[in-house]
Ligand binder design. Structure first.
Ligand SMILES: Cc1cc2nc3c(=O)[nH]c(=O)nc-3n(C[C@H](O)[C@H](O)[C@H](O)COP(=O)(O)O)c2cc1C
Length: 306
């Protein structure tokens, strides 16, 4: 079996040649970024979160590398608004990339507004960002309230034909919110978004980000993300896309063993580019072989069977 064959996997609406795609918001989402995702060999492209109208985002600095490891960002969901989606989706499709459109909003209606544009213009799936940790009204306030999760997901699934995925973040209610998202018709869960965090400059005595609070990403959040994937898979056995701190094949394999069937890489993809993609795909292929798995699907949740 070819390397691609062993790693190929189906998620609702998409046959992936391998499990790795970019995480939303990494490198923004203009046409050139789509081309770069293709050159790097990613299996699908996930767009930046799009809102109904353009958003400028916060003043700089919006992203910093932390001395304790990882990154802290508060971009403020800067994006060109839903009218820019059709062209972006077309570019991705012309490159042969399945395009997953990330959708954001402050009300179920706003999510619907953007999702309909994505659906009508040929997105392969929609990922609802129910977990942005630093933009008031967008995201985590919704994702940590299981009833609101249900309302947003239901509003969108009843309005579009393409599969809808729900992206949730860290909260005490992540298992309950996952359950409600699935009940409302979500076909896959993307777990997790960045984690709320602050970094203070002890010399100026000021928080470094203009927004004070940002989202922590990269290797420091990986064990937390694996824990969330493990718990949600244990309780609900859904389709899961694991995201948070993937930096090599081992951190990718952990997600699969915990219960994820696909993967997104963000911070370390921005740092390592195509090298990360190559390393993860080669490493996963060897890992599957060493355990006698004939396909990646056989390894999903393997750590819960031991
Ligand atoms: C600069 C930056 C911008 C991001 N923008 C978005 C976004 O627009 N929508 C979203 O759902 N997640 C966004 N994220 C979160 C990532 O998609 C991902 O969930 C998170 O970074 C964890 O993955 P990582 O540790 O591999 O970076 C962003 C992350 C970063 C670092």
């Amino acid at each position: 079996m070819t390397k691609q064959g062993v790693l190929s996997v189906r998620i609702p609406g998409i046959s992936l040649s391998h499990p790795l795609m970019n995480a939303s918001g990494i490198l923004g989402s203009d046409m050139n970024h789509m081309r770069r995702y293709k050159e790097w060999g990613l299996a699908a492209a996930v767009t930046k979160t799009f809102t109904p109208r353009p958003r400028r985002g916060y003043e700089t600095p919006i992203i910093i590398e932390l001395p304790t490891g990882g990154f802290l960002n508060a971009v403020g969901l800067a994006n060109p608004g839903k009218d820019a989606l059709p062209e972006l989706i077309n570019v991705g499709k012309a490159l042969g990339l399945p395009v997953i459109v990330s959708v954001g909003g402050t009300t179920p209606e706003e999510f619907r507004e953007v999702a309909i544009v994505a659906d009508e213009h040929g997105a392969s799936a929609i990922e609802l960002n129910l977990s942005c940790p630093h933009t008031k009204g967008y995201g985590l306030e919704i994702g940590s309230d299981p009833r609101m999760v249900y309302d947003v997901v239901r509003t969108v699934t009843s309005s579009v034909k393409v599969p809808v995925y729900a992206k949730l973040g860290l909260s005490d209610y992540v298992v309950k919110s996952s359950e409600k998202a699935l009940e409302a018709g979500a076909r896959c869960l993307t777990l997790i978004n960045t984690i709320r965090a602050t970094y203070i400059d002890v010399y100026t005595l000021k928080p470094v980000l203009s927004n004070v609070i940002g989202g922590l990403s990269g290797p420091p959040i990986h064990p937390v993300a694996v824990r969330v994937v493990y718990e949600v898979y244990k309780e609900l056995r859904p389709c899961i896309i694991g995201v948070g701190g993937i930096q090599d094949w081992k951190t990718a394999a952990e997600f699969i063993a915990a219960g994820a069937r696909a993967l997104q890489a963000g911070s370390m993809l921005a740092v390592k580019g195509r090298l990360l993609v190559k390393e993860v795909l080669n490493g996963l292929t060897e890992w599957l072989k060493s355990h006698g798995f004939r396909s990646l699907e056989e390894a999903v949740g393997a750590a819960q069977r031991a």
